[in-house]
Design a protein around this ligand. Structure first.
Ligand SMILES: Cc1cc2nc3c(=O)[nH]c(=O)nc-3n(C[C@H](O)[C@H](O)[C@H](O)COP(=O)(O)O)c2cc1C
Length: 211
């Protein structure tokens, strides 16, 4: 089984990466493969709502979002990491997740359906819980079981060296990883035992308009 760790920081090997590394090391110790995916530091557009992903089965902009969509279906779980920028997730990870989750939905790929997921954030000081709330919204609308830890999934620091001194933050990452590994093993055992996926209903889509 494999977990994809998405680093939404402009720094490939910065504070967010340091937190994700603690998750990755612990996952691997638990027998779960951990692959990194960096969103990069080239400009990345937000969603232009063209909806062409429904036909193309990928985003109209051929960039890191499509690189991610090409491998997302093969992952069994996900961790999305972001530094805090102005008490929120970065503009880059927001644009990335808007497009990745919308394109996957309209394409009908179901790359995220009932797969465990967690958000991890890094900050020098503040804005962490607001950022976690923001990232968790993508999961809650995508039928993804959100895995939690003993504290909120955050580390503090302005440099990776700072983060390595945040012993509680790193422990939170290890607990998160072990909880995710346990859930993945239960999910696999359930599927092997023949537990079926939930019955699906046709979508009702009302926009709150009453005739
Ligand atoms: C544009 C910008 C805005 C930031 N805003 C905040 C903030 O609101 N709160 C905070 O604690 N740190 C803030 N920071 C600091 C980073 O969140 C922090 O250094 C983080 O750990 C960097 O992670 P990284 O190395 O993965 O990029 C900001 C940094 C930048 C570049």
């Amino acid at each position: 089984m494999k977990v994809l760790l998405v680093n939404g920081s402009p720094h490939e090997k910065g504070c967010t990466y340091t937190a994700l590394m603690e998750v990755a090391d612990t996952l691997e110790r638990e027998g779960i493969e951990a692959d990194f995916f960096w969103v990069g530091n080239k400009p990345l557009s937000g969603c232009i709502a063209c909806k062409s992903c429904a036909e193309k089965k990928k985003c109209v902009f051929d960039d890191r979002v499509n690189d991610f969509l090409a491998i997302a279906a093969s992952a069994d779980g996900f961790v999305f990491g972001s530094p805090v920028h102005y008490a929120a997730a970065t503009g880059k990870i927001t644009a990335f997740m808007d497009r990745a989750f919308y394109a996957d939905l309209l394409a009908g790929s179901q790359s995220f359906y009932l797969k465990p997921v967690a958000a991890v954030v890094s900050a020098r000081r503040a804005g962490t819980t607001a950022t976690l709330d923001q990232l968790n919204r993508y999961f809650a609308i995508s039928e993804m079981p959100v895995i939690s830890s003993r504290y909120w999934n955050m580390v503090h620091g302005a440099t990776p060296e700072d983060v390595k001194k945040d012993l509680e933050g790193l422990q939170t990452m290890r607990v998160l990883a072990r909880n995710m590994a346990w859930f993945l093993k239960c999910r696999e055992a359930g599927m092997k035992a023949g537990v079926p996926f939930p019955v699906r209903e046709e979508n009702i889509y009302t926009n709150f308009i009453r005739e």
